[in-house]
Design a protein around this ligand. Structure first.
Ligand SMILES: [Zn+2]
Length: 354
């Protein structure tokens, strides 16, 4: 495989091939990048925008230069977040995580109440401003681009406002929506966009990238994050390391609810779900997916099917808790109770080797 990342500008190494393919195959003025979270949907959407706006000139030596080139004025402007023909709409609450802090004169329409809790939604005022932006003339002559991420954060009114523009696009404007939950989008939005599917990157590329970001023992964290490298990096930066992750099965089996004290509830529930999944795998004689096999080694299957029943009950409880994880009535109590259920389920499903 050609290492295209060496020849053109791409934020994450595994996006090189999908970006070039999407730029080649793009037919519609509206694209929907979708796939699991944590694999670079936003970066791919930005890469598409940069590729369209790139001003790399063709020459007799290089009749079809790779875009985005990363060297032209337009590429520099995109990277500096100041390209006049690019508008990026992301919820206020996500900007820091995406490295897309608002600048003074940009797209903070609808975010006037800066003292309030940052919004997780893409507000209708912001969508209206994007529609107006798309209708203006391109400043640098390569059209206008609107990037909207994550698209499922538009409510019905916002989505309908955008829909009209997707139906009757202004001349030279292009839209890139990205979403980790395309099913949550209006079907009419989905049907007006050309789909670009992003999948999990190859394990070796993801591990190499995590290592280059300073993550120790990256294979363990990558598996913990279900193969999603950006999530693995976030965890690492928030203090989850391979050693802690590997100890989690043992800690939960001992009922140590302080194991993950301080973790945000959605992450704790997600981690317990992974542990429950792996415990069921081990009980069925299959390989675990999220935890190192060695971390589950002290436990062996009891053999009798009834012993896994508590794991299934725990699994259902975790699913139910996950639905309310963003708004729990009492996060501490819930966490304690879920760990306690896990302790009893693991102890009945496994017995320690003598
Ligand atoms: Zn360029």
């Amino acid at each position: 495989m050609v290492d295209a990342s060496a020849e053109f500008d791409v934020a994450l190494p595994w996006l090189a091939a999908p970006l070039q393919q999407a730029l080649r195959e793009q037919r519609s003025h509206a694209l929907l990048v979708h796939g699991p979270s944590g694999v670079g949907q936003f970066e791919l959407a930005l890469g598409l925008a940069q590729g369209w706006l790139c001003e790399a000139e063709s020459s007799p030596v290089n009749p079809s230069p790779l875009r985005p080139c990363g060297r032209c004025a337009a590429c520099h402007l995109v990277r500096a977040r100041s390209h006049p023909d690019l508008l990026v709409l992301v919820p206020e609450a996500l900007r820091a995580a995406l490295g897309w802090e608002p600048d003074a004169d940009a797209d903070d329409v609808g975010d006037k109440a800066s003292k309030a809790k940052p919004s997780k939604d893409i507000k209708v005022e912001a969508v209206r401003s994007a529609v107006a932006f798309a209708q203006t003339t391109s400043a640098r002559g390569r059209g206008k681009v609107v990037v909207l991420h994550p698209a499922e954060r538009m409510n019905g009114i916002s989505a309908n406002t955008l829909l009209k523009t997707l139906e009757e696009p202004p001349g030279e404007a292009r839209f890139v929506l990205s979403s980790g939950a395309p099913d949550a989008l209006l079907p009419t939005i989905r049907s007006r966009c050309q789909a670009v599917t992003l999948t999990l990157p190859a394990t070796e590329i993801a591990i190499e990238w995590l290592r280059s970001q300073g993550v120790a023992d990256p294979a363990v964290l990558l598996a913990a994050a279900g193969g999603q490298p950006q999530d693995a990096l976030t965890w690492s930066r928030e203090g989850v390391d391979a050693a802690l992750w590997s100890q989690l099965p043992m800690l939960v089996q001992r009922g140590a609810s302080t194991a993950a004290a301080g973790w945000p509830l959605p992450r704790l529930i997600g981690s317990l779900q992974k542990l429950c999944h792996d415990a069921l795998c081990v009980a069925a004689g299959a390989a675990p997916r999220y935890f190192p096999a060695a971390s589950l080694k002290g436990a062996t299957r009891r053999g009798e099917p009834a012993a896994t029943q508590p794991l299934h009950v725990w699994q259902r409880e975790l699913q139910r808790a996950a639905r309310f994880a963003e708004h729990p009535w009492n996060a501490g109590l819930l966490a304690e109770s879920l760990v306690e259920q896990g302790r009893s389920a693991l102890q009945s499903a496994w017995r320690r080797e003598p």
